[in-house]
Design a protein around this ligand. Structure first.
Ligand code: FAD
Ligand code: NAP
Length: 536
């Protein structure tokens, strides 16, 4: 086994790939168990999502008082968020503070991308190889590689021929980019575009937005946090966190159970108005059936379309910005001045749904038979979500089949935590977990705690190998599909289905049964002596 020394001491109890919120907390937990763990991270520092996504306007869409760790009350009491939705630099600072506070960096190898992971059955160990040739061996391997960590580049002819700078929102440069006086093209109208477009528009001389599918966005009403509100929140943190765990998305807030059609149109309108005024993702918590009944979904989608028509002055432009699909099929966006930005004279919307972008040229974007000349290109086309970071690594388990081959027709996993034939390999927020439908830091904590507790249990009971059983995995995966099919989610092309990546298998990946049901299942598995897992 080669070791360049770059990955440090070469044999560990646990190798962790990724130093986002998942890898960081996992390292902390494993150290607490007295285990030797090493984290390997492609980026230059901790933070994951918040290290890479530095585009203008990047911020969380779950309120910062909740989008934060809860594993240490002292940490959540001492950290002060400045705004309702913190911006990327502040969230990155928070991750860096956590790394400092728990002295994490000494066990993290940065600027190192893992290219393969192989299980040696005789030795019951994983060997991970980095792109630069260093290797690391460990009894357990945990992929904390993120659900949204592999940039998706559009397959548009000539993309590489553009002579000016090309920026992908998910790989944004570290130094601020000044678009003042420039002509800029943004391709995409998902969350990243919706956050960045208003700010780019303020700087650019001309901004051309290429929209394939219009999106729903709810106002953030972002604002500095009120000191009294924070004091009160912190005084009640334990109770708030506990209540959050009882809601489907794991978010503290008003999530109502009733059906939209059981109340009068006037009551519905008043409820939507109240929630629009409050802002944020809780908007979709107005009624319990919005993602299960087309009729109910229509009422809330109509409400948002009416708002778009109110905000956007030009009726034709407003119509082009109005989504036609259900609301909530794609991930709901939370915006600051997105629709109003299209009232600016320097902002131009190009609808490329019927007539796709023809090519990128050296000087701009060719669409509708003309060249839109620009100085800079912003690619906001999202991610190879949920599976991309895992299939990017050549992972081989007990037999010869690699994960890539196994997942060629779509992923399958037991609880989003482990896969049959891949012993001692865990995934944090893998496909089949609620992950992207929840407030992810608490979800990550739940996964990490489950994994750490499992390793501790194995040690206490002299087990060295754990592996998901194929039947348990198949049953869980069927359940994941059944739950998704019961609602409206699967009716829309989305990255949840892999529909955003050309050639990717179309399979619904996250678990839509809600955080409480998922946690219950995880607890039952443990109570049953790790039911559905083979322990040796
Ligand atoms: P990541 O933060 O993605 O970290 C994974 C790390 O693994 C990365 O640093 C990556 O470099 C590393 N890695 C991957 N492959 C390799 C490899 N082969 N070798 C070495 N290192 C590797 N969620 C919410 O709940 N609320 C929000 O408001 C929210 N906002 C978001 C905004 C944006 C712009 C994006 C993109 C996502 C957002 N998310 C949000 C989801 C977000 O990804 C999670 O909340 C969370 O940060 C994920 O943490 P993680 O550690 O699981 O993964
Ligand atoms: P995304 O939601 O997948 O959006 C990508 C956009 O690019 C879509 O509008 C897509 O159109 C468009 N697109 C892709 N290929 C194209 C092509 N060839 N031509 C024209 N348009 C093309 O990606 P994202 O905006 O980066 O967001 C991904 C996820 O990250 C979010 O859903 C969210 O979970 C998270 N995120 C959160 C926040 C936040 O507010 N906190 C911010 C950013 C990201 P189609 O819809 O037609 O495919």
């Amino acid at each position: 086994m080669e070791d360049s020394g770059a990955m440090g001491e070469r044999d560990y109890d646990v190798a962790i790939v990724g130093a986002g919120f998942a890898g960081m907390y996992l390292l902390h937990r494993l150290r607490g168990l007295g285990l030797r763990a090493r984290v390997i991270e492609a980026g230059g520092d901790v933070g994951g999502t918040w290290y890479w996504n530095r585009y203008p306007g990047a911020r969380c869409d779950i309120e910062s008082m909740q989008y934060s760790y809860q594993f240490d009350d002292a940490l959540q009491q001492e950290w002060c968020w400045s705004q309702r939705y913190a911006a990327q630099p502040e969230i990155l600072q928070y991750a860096q503070h956590v790394a400092d506070r728990y002295d994490l960096r000494r066990d993290i190898q940065f600027n190192t991308r893992i290219k393969s992971a192989r299980y040696d059955e005789a030795a019951s160990r994983w060997t991970l190889e980095a792109e630069v040739g260093a290797t690391i061996a460990a009894r357990f391997c945990v992929m904390a590689t993120g659900c949204l960590s592999v940039a998706n580049w559009p397959r548009i002819e000539g993309l590489k021929s553009f002579a000016g700078p090309t920026y992908h929102t998910a790989l944004w440069p570290h130094e601020p980019i000044d678009f003042t006086g420039q002509r800029v093209a943004v391709i995409g109208t998902g969350s990243s575009a919706i956050q960045s477009i208003p700010l780019i528009a303020e700087q650019a001389a001309e901004l051309f937005v290429f929209q394939r599918t219009p999106n729903y966005a709810i106002p953030a009403h972002n604002a500095p946090l009120d000191a009294e509100y924070v004091k009160d929140f912190k005084a009640n943190y334990a109770q708030i966190r506990a209540e959050a765990k009882q809601t489907p998305p794991g978010i503290y807030g008003r999530f109502r159970q009733g059906k939209a059609m059981e109340v009068t149109p006037a009551e519905r309108q008043a409820e939507y108005e109240r929630r629009w005024a409050d802002g944020g993702l809780a908007f979709m918590g107005s009624y319990g059936d919005l993602m299960f009944s087309q009729e109910s979904n229509d009422t809330v989608a109509d409400f948002v379309r009416a708002k778009i028509r109110e905000i956007v002055e030009d009726p034709e432009l407003a119509q082009t910005l109005c989504p036609g699909n259900i609301i909530g099929g794609k991930r709901l966006c939370v915006d600051t001045n997105y629709f109003a930005t299209f009232n600016r004279d320097n902002v131009h919307l190009i609808d490329v749904r019927e007539q796709p972008i023809e090519a990128i040229t050296a000087t701009g974007v060719r669409a509708h038979g003309r060249n839109f000349a620009v100085d800079a290109l912003v690619i906001a086309t999202g991610f190879d979500a949920m599976t991309g970071a895992l299939t990017n690594i050549d992972i081989h388990g007990r037999d010869g089949d690699g994960l890539r081959q196994r997942w060629a027709a779509g992923p399958s996993s037991y609880l989003g935590l482990a896969m049959a034939d891949f012993p001692n390999l865990f995934t944090v927020t893998g496909p089949g977990s609620p992950s992207v439908f929840t407030n992810m830091i608490p979800t990550i904590e739940q996964h990490v705690d489950w994994i750490a507790d499992c390793i501790a249990y194995m040690r206490a009971h002299d087990y060295t190998v754990i592996e998901a059983e194929p039947d348990a995995q198949a049953a869980w995966w069927d359940h994941v599909q059944d739950v998704a099919a019961a609602g409206l989610k699967t009716s829309t092309d989305s990255w949840y289905l892999g529909a955003n990546v050309e050639g990717k298998a179309r399979v619904f990946m996250p678990y839509y049964g809600g955080f409480p049901d998922y946690c219950r299942k995880c607890e039952e598995v443990v109570a049953g002596g790790y039911a559905g897992f083979a322990l040796r």
